[in-house]
Design a protein around this ligand. Structure first.
Ligand code: TYM
Length: 380
């Protein structure tokens, strides 16, 4: 915490300095040149790339090279299931789906009911499994291609992964995982083995694996990259996103366990309105007169930041909003209304897609082309 912030897979504290994080984690910034390469390969740039929300990477240049040379690559991401999935959690999946479409790549999605159960003292395994089912429906709603996507839950798929996890576990010693994750003597022993299971899917194909995820997950990829060559696999590549900040202000990340900081995928229109009006931290002035005179500060205004990060994808419109808000032409209430409308439209579409695809769990987890191939082939 000496830098004023800390990022681990389980917690984010303080105002994250993303440039410093790149240094701390030893990753690379996604620069202009790489964005141009990405645009050339994909045909366009997703808003999360244009706005720098996916901002850091490992070996993304090599992934694009593999793609251009016809070798291809595969995608891997995941979710530690909890009852309430918030809009920040769904962002990596939206981006992964875009990558799948543009690069025609297989996607593997790990649902880590084991990790969640082990990490949270107060959770029963049955509760986590129920949450997993709900979260999987949310993930399916994003629109993945059922023939090229495999969603698997650790407690079910463990038998298939175990041989691979063993090989990984044998390469990791206690002091390494302790240093990487800050484990203590009181940490339960399940947590010590778990990293082997989060690393295992990076070896599901012999091609290069690209992992789109929040940067909090990077410590796992660091370990993976150290041990992969010795097991005859490629080092995993990663593309990292910033965190959607909590509604209450730019420090930390939106958190499932603090309802006032998050918009959940299950929030109805009224709840969204109430939360944004009540909690969304404003960079505006205390009175209308002062706002008109001095303008607001979009850099600390959560409504603006959320619109900028994802919810207003029109580049021209977002700059107009910035201009109007900064100049005082737009009031805080008006800015909040824009976000409320965008969020409610997003959530309405999500609800509809979830309903439409609610009977597809089997296809993604067992019966789709990639899913059945994974269960049938003893690839490990
Ligand atoms: P989990 O469930 O904590 O988070 C799921 C994904 O959401 C990202 N994330 C966020 N992104 C933007 N803003 C936020 N406020 C925010 N909070 C979380 C996370 O970085 C993650 O990408 N251990 C993992 C599960 C997992 C996994 C993986 C994740 C297993 N294998 C491979 C990514 C890639 C977990 O508990 O994620």
């Amino acid at each position: 915490m000496s830098e004023g912030f800390a990022v681990t897979p389980w917690n984010v504290k303080g105002k994250v300095d993303y440039d410093k994080l790149i240094e701390q984690f030893g990753t690379k910034k996604i620069d202009e040149q790489l964005l141009i390469k990405m645009r050339n390969s994909a045909g366009e740039l997703h808003v999360l790339l244009r706005r720098g929300i996916f901002f850091s990477h490992r070996d993304l240049d090599l992934v694009l090279q593999d793609f251009e040379q016809g070798k291809g690559f595969f995608l891997y991401t995941g979710r530690g299931p909890s009852r309430d999935m918030h809009v920040g959690h769904i962002i990596p999946f939206i981006f992964t789906k875009w990558l799948q479409e543009k690069f025609n790549a297989n996607v593997y999605i790990e649902v880590t009911d084991d990790e969640k159960y082990l990490a949270k003292q107060d959770l029963e395994l049955e509760e986590v499994k129920q949450a997993a089912k709900e979260n999987i429906l949310d993930i399916i709603a994003v629109g993945f291609d059922k023939d090229k996507t495999f969603i698997f839950q650790d407690t079910q798929y463990i038998k298939q992964m175990y041989p691979l996890a063993l090989k990984i576990a044998k390469k990791l010693n206690f002091s390494e995982v302790k240093a990487t994750f800050g484990f203590e003597n009181s940490t339960n022993i399940g947590m010590l083995f778990y990293p082997a299971l989060q690393i295992a899917p990076t070896f599901f194909e012999k091609k290069r694996c690209l992992i789109p995820a929040g940067i909090d997950q990077d410590p796992y990829w660091r370990l993976q990259r150290d041990l992969a060559p010795s097991l005859g696999y490629l080092k995993a590549a990663a593309i990292h996103s910033k965190f959607f900040p909590p509604l209450t202000g730019i420090e930390g990340k939106m958190s499932s366990s603090q309802p006032e900081t998050a918009i959940y995928l299950t929030d109805d229109e009224k709840t969204v309105r109430n939360k944004i009006m009540k909690y969304a931290f404003s960079g505006g002035q205390p009175t209308i007169e002062l706002q008109r005179k001095l303008g607001g500060n979009p850099d600390i205004d959560i409504s603006f930041i959320w619109l900028y990060y994802y919810f207003e994808d029109n580049d021209k419109r977002i700059e107009e909003i910035r201009e109007e808000y900064t100049s005082g032409k737009m009031l805080t209430g008006e800015l909040k209304e824009i976000l409320i409308e965008k969020l409610n439209t997003f959530l309405e579409v999500h609800r509809q897609e979830r309903e439409k695809r609610k009977d597809m769990i089997k296809e993604f987890m067992y019966e789709g082309k990639l899913a059945s191939q994974m269960w049938e082939n003893n690839i490990f």
